[in-house]
Design a protein around this ligand. Structure first.
Ligand code: ADP
Ligand code: MG
Length: 475
């Protein structure tokens, strides 16, 4: 049927073109992670089909580079639909860009954000004053600057929910996870949001060390009304939302524990919201008495995991967008691959690179980035063979079997892990990884997505991958 239809293609009308594109989109959807599919594929508009070339329009010049890596996948889907090898072509369209920008701006305008309110002269003076003096909340740490990925979507949703209805649903909210993964950011985002929505509420953000120091100095001051213990209690209990950062530093000292316990009880009983962050779950915090641990576990505990490659790339894109800097895709990919476990380090690298480029006015490309970050040319690039061998030896399998066609559960699983690591740690394209494992492109994507998903609920898998990665990096 396709062939008959094809004979008419010389002058294919727009309706047919749209039909083809919508089938192609249906075909591609299950093969591409939603985090890429939604922003990059859905906004494309079918444009024309001429001389075996199928063209679509984009309003985001950036998407041309992003979509390159999916080219063969798209062309396969086109061929399937049209029945003939077809070249895929993307055209940047200025008008569409303007239209989409307007749409975006409308959306942004709808999103209530603090800055807008601050600029709004009709905002009540009191609200303004409170927002501007919001103590120690970093203006950067808002929900709108937080990139959501599979690694943090539950923590994000829980934080959002707490921000919308403080003291009602999840109390306390306990956010835990490794360094530099956005815990403080989320916690402060709750603070900003509550301040904006309910300027009458009192918010306090405090680092655990600060709380402890404050407590010690208040104890020393004894009964002094303005700075002694009663002032301390007044300060921490006359609050609607208490944000305590890095509770792992509590160190179990009796007096501190008692004071935190009492503060917790006073606030919780009064229906006030408590949010706590920690680098580990309560049960792993040393010297934490049971009465406090069980209270930390009363509400909701959510973790944040290291972001996957796509989320890391999105974080960089977001930074670049805010700074109005255009970062080439290969630079984004290079940085995202190199700094994989800690967003703070990823941001640090981005800051060094952009600061340097700003001052020295040099061209931004992978080579210059390597120089700026002093990444030596001779630095070992991890090869696909090394990954294969390391994964094989970790699981006590033979590298040959790992690459072969055998489908035993153990082999298939280890193979998927190897593919995941290849994608995360090397700059090889999906096609190259596919060639290496003698597997098709969709299999590579499927394997990667599968491991990514499994990792979310499987801590032993997370640990294995961490161990293999460390081995590869340190060898
Ligand atoms: P943690 O408290 O978990 O150690 P932070 O909240 O201080 O980490 O985050 C470290 C840095 O990384 C901050 O600058 C933060 O804005 C940034 N960051 C972390 N996760 C994200 C994310 N998902 N989106 C945007 N920025 C992030
Ligand atoms: Mg922190």
């Amino acid at each position: 049927m396709r062939l008959i239809f094809y004979s008419k293609l010389i002058n294919m009308d727009m309706l047919e073109i749209q039909k083809i594109w919508s089938s192609v989109i249906d075909e591609l959807k299950p093969q591409i992670p939603a985090s890429s599919f939604e922003p990059w594929f859905l906004p494309l508009l079918p444009h024309s089909y001429e001389e075996e070339k199928f063209s679509v329009l984009t309003g985001q010049s950036f998407s041309i580079q992003i979509l390159k890596k999916y080219n063969s996948l798209i062309e396969d889907a086109l061929e399937k639909e049209i029945g003939k090898p077809t070249q895929f072509n993307i055209i940047y369209d200025e008008k569409l860009a303007q239209k989409q920008n307007k749409k975006l701006q409308k959306l942004l305008a709808k999103e209530e954000n603090t800055e807008k309110l601050l600029k709004d002269p009709s905002t009540k003076y009191d609200n303004l004053k409170k927002m501007q003096s919001a103590p120690k909340l970093n203006l950067k740490y808002k929900f709108e600057n937080f990139v959501v990925g599979d690694n943090n979507k539950f923590a994000y949703a829980a934080s959002m929910s707490v921000a919308k209805t403080p003291g009602e649903k999840y109390n306390p909210l306990f956010i835990y996870g490794g360094a530099g993964l956005g815990k403080t950011h989320l916690m402060q985002a709750i603070g900003h949001y509550v301040l904006y929505k309910h300027p009458e509420l009192k918010i306090k953000f405090v680092k655990t060390e600060e709380f402890v120091n404050d407590l010690i100095s208040s104890i020393h001051k004894g009964m002094d009304k303005n700075s002694g213990m009663s002032a301390f209690r007044q300060k921490y209990r006359n609050i609607d939302v208490l944000l305590i950062d890095d509770i792992q530093f509590i160190e179990g000292k009796e007096r501190t524990v008692t004071e935190i316990f009492n503060t917790f009880e006073a606030l919780h009983n009064a229906g006030k919201q408590i949010v706590i962050t920690s680098d580990r779950e309560p049960k792993y915090i040393q010297n934490l008495p049971d009465r406090l641990r069980s209270r930390f576990e009363w509400g909701l505990m959510v973790d944040v995991q290291p972001p996957d490659l796509e989320t890391r790339m999105a974080i960089l894109c977001n930074l670049a967008k805010n700074d109005e800097i255009s970062l080439p895709l290969d630079v984004i990919e290079f940085l995202a691959k190199r700094f994989s476990h800690n967003v703070r380090e990823l941001e640090g690298a981005y800051n060094r690179v952009t600061a340097y480029v700003g001052v020295c006015n040099i061209e931004l490309n992978v080579e210059s980035v390597k120089q700026i970050l002093k990444i030596s040319e001779t630095e070992k690039q991890i090869t696909l063979d090394e990954i294969l061998n390391t994964v094989a030896s970790y699981y006590k399998l033979s590298p040959k079997d790992l690459k072969g066609q055998t489908r035993s559960q153990k082999l298939a699983n280890a193979r998927q892990i190897a593919i995941y690591i290849c994608r995360e740690l090397t700059n090889f394209s999906l096609n190259e990884i596919g060639d290496f494992f003698a597997r098709r492109h969709p299999t590579i994507i499927y394997s990667y997505e599968k491991i990514k998903e499994d990792m979310q609920s499987n801590t032993s898998l997370q640990n294995s991958i961490k161990e293999i990665t460390n081995k590869l990096k340190n060898e």
